[in-house]
Design a protein around this ligand. Structure first.
Ligand code: ZN
Length: 203
């Protein structure tokens, strides 16, 4: 556990801990739904993955947010705070702490929200753009999501603009997407731990 000012602490997300997975899932789902309201599409960036370090931001022993860090690029993939904890300088505090401990210039992964842009400017953080293969993967995911919604939506004309995917179905798909994404991480971690147990058996 790392103690920042103002009673704010950081604690590592543990994939094998069910309550950690539940908490992260709740926040990641809300992140996706909030971003959908803003941009009308799936927001990129993973809450947890094999290549990421994920931590909770905590206040009075409650998880109030999280961030995921890509150590390979010294970049923050996602940072999220529950709405009721925003506007108190907590994201600034966390990013400042990460910046201090970063051996290179800390960067935020693009695309950034308006709030993210403001923070990057204020704290003089870099911007890390997606690599071409990441860009291509993101585009594939979007196509799969759009096609899935189109194939299963039964809301017809009530869904609004026919050129845009149905909003209700999109939100449902995002909830499912969050569950699948975190399940994948949990499964992969179990496999890694099983392999590790197998390779360390000669001790
Ligand atoms: Zn629909």
């Amino acid at each position: 556990m790392t103690v920042l000012e103002q009673g704010i602490t950081l604690d590592v997300f543990v994939t094998e801990r069910a309550e950690d997975v539940d908490d992260l899932l709740g926040m990641y789902t809300n992140f996706l739904l909030e971003e959908f309201d803003r941009i009308g599409e799936l927001a990129f960036g993973n809450a947890a993955a094999g290549y990421l370090l994920t931590s909770f931001i905590r206040c009075d022993d409650h998880n109030i947010g999280f961030f995921s860090l890509d150590p390979a690029g010294y970049s923050v993939e996602l940072i999220y705070l529950k709405p009721e904890y925003r506007g108190r300088g907590i994201a600034t505090l966390v990013l400042q702490h990460l910046k201090q401990h970063c051996p290179q210039q800390l960067a935020l992964k693009t695309p950034l929200s308006p709030g993210g842009e403001a923070l990057a400017d204020k704290l003089e953080l870099g911007r890390a753009d997606n690599l071409p293969h990441e860009e291509a993967t993101n585009e594939d995911v979007l196509q799969v999501i759009r096609a899935g919604i189109k194939a299963t939506c039964k809301h017809g004309k009530s869904a609004g603009n026919p050129s845009k995917p149905c909003k209700r179905c999109y939100q449902k798909t995002l909830r499912r997407y969050a569950v699948e994404a975190l399940n994948k991480v949990v499964t992969e971690t179990r496999q890694v731990l099983a392999l590790r147990a197998g390779t360390s058996s000669r001790r």
